[in-house]
Design a binder for this molecule. Structure first.
Ligand code: TYM
Length: 332
């Protein structure tokens, strides 16, 4: 049976890119593979980027990211879901991989280059970020990794690290494959400035737990197809952010009405955005209600995460034992 692993950073509010690109796949794969699907909130990763990390807020954000995943349908009775720093083996395996990974490979990572470009002093942890990711995945010998397209390069590096370890120390790890939500590879930001991203701040994101009136304020001013200067100018919904979002949220008859209305200038962009808002309301309202219930029961959330960490450790410990032995550390 496949073993699934994925992680999500508690660096900002979870947005519809995270939700359609990754979180929905966690739930879907969890329904199929049960306790062979392992997910975690990666707080160790979150401290590598000084621009997005606040020690006073980290624990709260970690809980909030857990709440979002539970509210989106992740069931701790069916899958394993925990917080990365609760399982110290992630760091232990990461160090072993650090010793195997050429610095040049890490310096080539696109996300590293993007993030480092904005920093005056680059923490070594930012460079090592993908090594820790490889440790996350391989600690559970996972072969299936649900992610958005932006993680492709990191998963390729994970495969290289697995190969190198196996070559150096003998066959130990699988070479994992990324799996994508094919309709949500790279969801654009609502500001029209490329990919939706937590690290670009609230202006780019539509949060899944964001109040609906705040979402509407962002949509109202969101750019549309520039061809539609006047309401009477026809447009192309395939070239429009709002068209992209309709495909995620709206049912087929609504998409038909909105897309035809856009192409024939039968409707204006505000009408089209209002139709989209209906789909958003339908999708997010139940999720936000579940999140409110969970926030009212913090003990349940903490207990579920503690149980998840226990289950994760039970898998991680023997794998780490095997690694220690193969690497040649003294056993006492
Ligand atoms: P993070 O927290 O940035 O994002 C979580 C997941 O959401 C996906 N995603 C998107 N998908 C589609 N469109 C978008 N605009 C969009 N923005 C984000 C991401 O691809 C990701 O799947 N490095 C990872 C966390 C991580 C991890 C791991 C993932 C740590 N260890 C091990 C897989 C396996 C990250 O930054 O996720």
């Amino acid at each position: 049976m496949p073993r699934v692993f994925s992680g999500i950073q508690p660096t900002g509010n979870p947005h519809i890119g995270n939700y359609f690109g990754a979180m929905k796949n966690y739930v879907r794969l969890g329904d199929t593979y049960g306790k062979n699907s392992i997910y975690c909130v990666v707080d160790l990763h979150a401290i590598t980027n000084p621009a997005a990390y606040d020690p006073a807020a980290l624990a709260e954000r970690t809980l909030e990211m857990a709440v979002a995943n539970f509210a989106a349908g992740l069931d701790p009775e069916r899958v394993i879901f925990f917080v990365q720093s609760q399982v110290p083996e992630h760091q232990e395996l990461s160090w072993v991989f650090t010793a195997l990974t050429p610095v040049g490979e890490l310096e080539r990572m696109t996300q590293y280059k993007d993030k480092a470009a904005h920093l005056e002093s680059v923490p070594a942890g930012l460079l090592m970020y993908p090594v820790l990711m490889a440790a996350d995945i391989l600690l559970y010998k996972a072969d299936t990794v649900p992610v958005g397209e932006d993680q492709t390069q990191h998963i390729e590096l994970t495969r290289e690290i697995a190969r190198k370890f196996n070559h150096t120390y003998g066959e130990t790890f699988p070479e994992p494959q990324a799996v994508y939500a094919k309709d949500a590879l790279r969801i654009p930001g609502v500001d029209g400035q490329g990919k939706m991203s937590k690290s670009k701040g609230e202006g780019s994101t539509i949060g899944i737990l964001e109040p609906l009136d705040s979402i509407w304020q962002k949509l109202r001013v969101a750019p549309t197809d520039p061809a539609r200067v006047r309401r009477s100018d026809p447009g192309d919904p395939e070239k429009c952010l709002i068209g992209d979002y309709h495909k995620l949220f709206s049912d087929l008859p609504t998409i038909e009405v909105a897309f035809t209305g856009c192409r024939t200038a039968g409707i204006g962009c505000v009408d089209c955005k209002k139709m989209l808002m209906e789909g958003i309301r339908r999708e997010l309202t139940p999720l936000q209600e579940r999140a409110a219930e969970l926030r009212a029961d913090p003990d349940w959330v903490r207990d579920a995460l503690a149980q998840g960490a226990q289950e994760a450790r039970e898998i991680a410990r023997p794998v780490m034992e095997e690694v220690r032995e193969k690497v040649g550390f003294l056993r006492l």
